[in-house]
Write a protein that binds this ligand. Structure first.
Ligand code: GLC
Length: 528
């Protein structure tokens, strides 16, 4: 059994997590102090957001050097010590690998833009016109009007899929392709366990296509995988490919490309199912999801550091989601919603738990977003997606116990509902009935039931549409996961011939039928 298929991931934004040196920014010293917490919570692998030197025009996804650490976070030595400390606790760590583009401050781009004959000209995608690749969509639609940016120095345009401050690297250049392997080697040699690879569908450009998911891109990604398999056989690659299921599955290859891929389309449908009290969209998208190679796994999630993306839904569904979950237009950005889980659920504990229960029982390796385990809020007054990247709320102390500094990189949440005085780790750790304890209990229970990671999925279809109920089966082990998407109790007659115990509550008895409370859920295990 490879570790990644059964892992629970925790997405961690270093700047937001814990400030160890009192400068108002989270850092590696701070993270080391909090490893007790992550070990207690039971997560298997940390996904660290970009920690490289960067002008932070896109919060570190604009890299200015691939071989260093942003000075706010510490030194390379701190990174290494942190990796070792994480490993000592039996936790793994993967880093963000952002290779589609660099910052425009990267020395490679500075050199490339200097002249048309620069030896590094060919490291980026230049063109005398902005007419090429007209079939390509714009991703940051609120900010960018073109994927080309004019550069006065040489009077040419450069290609960028994200902000114009993030020029795309030219993967047709073998030197770029070699350099990426060198970058991977550098970090893997420091002991990390793999990468979450950013924006992988966009590596190559070809005229007459939408420049996504191209065969050339897949060929190169397979080369990255061969490199890993040859030199670092326990390391993994997790793909951020925000695509429809039929296109994402290609990123698994025949088991020779990515170990994991995020399942972007299922995410908004969990929210939609809850909003409409109707499981159909979740059932349908999973039915449309082709099987994946043995040894690979989906990465599933409720929220992450970006907007809740609505790219992988129909226009009608997008309008529904926007109207329902972002009534204030300020809560929207690009094709998505810049809010956190708990506010999206209106702070309703029942719904927050129900969403987690679906995440932990449906196929995939769950990827939690820091702070959602305590139900943290957001702040739409902050720029871009920064409103979901506020300081972790450790306690009711000043600055939420995040930092001793006077000025923080971003204000802590202190509104009446989600403020740190009410929502924090210390209070919830002391309260066995808290959301934190409930999420932790789900993590522990899931880890004790490997069928939830590798079992087949079979829906119970003969139930009202607000019942999202399914079997997970693997050999002798069977779990029946029951979810009630409606705001009224739901009685479910259990299948004949099986005796059940409640996997989440050893004291509960299970008769021939169960009644789920409004937004209730149960995980029933067959007794053999
Ligand atoms: C990915 C990241 C996002 C970033 C973008 C450009 O989508 O998740 O935060 O802005 O890539 O690097």
């Amino acid at each position: 059994m490879s570790w990644h298929t059964h892992a629970i991931f925790y997405e961690l934004y270093l700047r937001a997590f814990a400030d160890g040196n009192g400068d108002g920014h989270g850092d590696f010293i701070g993270l080391r102090d909090k490893l007790d917490y992550l070990e207690w919570l039971g997560v298997d692998c940390i996904w660290l957001l970009p920690m490289y030197p960067s002008p932070l025009k896109d919060d570190g996804y604009d890299i200015a050097s691939y071989y260093g650490i942003h000075p706010d976070y510490g030194l390379l030595e701190d990174f290494k010590m942190t990796v070792d400390a994480i490993h000592e606790r039996g936790i793994k760590i993967i880093a963000d690998l952002v290779i589609n583009h660099t910052s425009d401050q990267h020395p490679w781009f500075q050199e490339s833009r200097r002249s048309k004959t620069s030896p590094m000209r060919d490291w980026y995608v230049w063109s005398p016109t902005d007419e090429r690749y007209q079939d390509v969509r714009i991703i940051f639609v609120d900010t960018e009007t073109s994927n080309w940016a004019y550069d006065e120095t040489t009077g040419e345009y450069y290609w960028h899929r994200f902000y114009s401050s993030q020029p795309d690297l030219n993967f047709d250049n073998p030197k770029v392709r070699e350099e990426v392997l060198r970058i991977m080697k550098f970090w893997l040699d420091l002991g990390i366990d793999g990468f979450r690879a950013d924006a992988v569908p966009y590596l190559f450009e070809r005229e007459g296509t939408n420049c996504e998911n191209l065969p050339e891109t897949h060929d190169y990604l397979k080369q990255m995988r061969r490199f890993i398999d040859t030199h670092y056989p326990n390391a993994i690659l997790l793909a951020e490919a925000n695509q429809w299921p039929r296109d994402v599955v290609d990123y698994f290859g025949d088991g020779d490309e990515f170990h994991l891929c995020f399942h972007f389309p299922v995410m908004p449908r969990l929210y939609m199912a809850l909003a409409k009290a109707d499981r159909t969209s979740v059932v349908d998208i999973l039915a449309d999801t082709p099987p994946i190679p043995k040894g690979t796994q989906w990465g599933t999630f409720l929220r992450n550091h970006d907007e809740l993306t609505l790219e992988m839904v129909t226009e009608e569904e997008r309008q529904f989601m926007w109207a329902y979950y972002s009534p204030d237009p300020k809560q929207r950005i690009n094709l998505g919603i810049r809010r956190r889980l708990a506010p999206l659920m209106g702070g309703d504990r029942r719904k927050i738990e129900l969403m987690h229960s679906m995440l932990f029982t449906l196929p995939g390796a769950p990827v939690l977003y820091y702070g959602d385990e305590i139900g943290m809020g957001d702040n739409i007054a902050l720029f871009d997606r920064n409103g979901v990247r506020t300081p972790m709320q450790w306690s009711g102390a000043p600055n939420a116990g995040f930092s001793s500094a006077k000025d923080l990189y971003a204000p802590v949440i202190d509104d009446a509902t989600f403020g740190y005085q009410r929502v924090n780790v210390a209070a919830q750790r002391n309260d066995p009935t808290s959301l934190l304890h409930t999420v932790r209990h789900m993590i522990m229970t899931r880890k004790a039931l490997p069928v939830l990671a590798d079992g087949d999925l079979d829906w119970l279809h003969d139930l009202p549409k607000h019942a999202l109920c399914f079997w997970r089966t693997s050999g002798e082990q069977r779990v029946l996961a029951l979810h009630n998407l409606a705001d009224a109790p739901l009685e479910i007659a259990l299948p004949d011939g099986a005796a059940f115990s409640d996997a989440l509550d050893a004291t509960a008895t299970v008769d021939s039928s169960v009644t789920l409370s409004a937004y209730g859920y149960r995980w029933l295990q067959t007794r053999t």
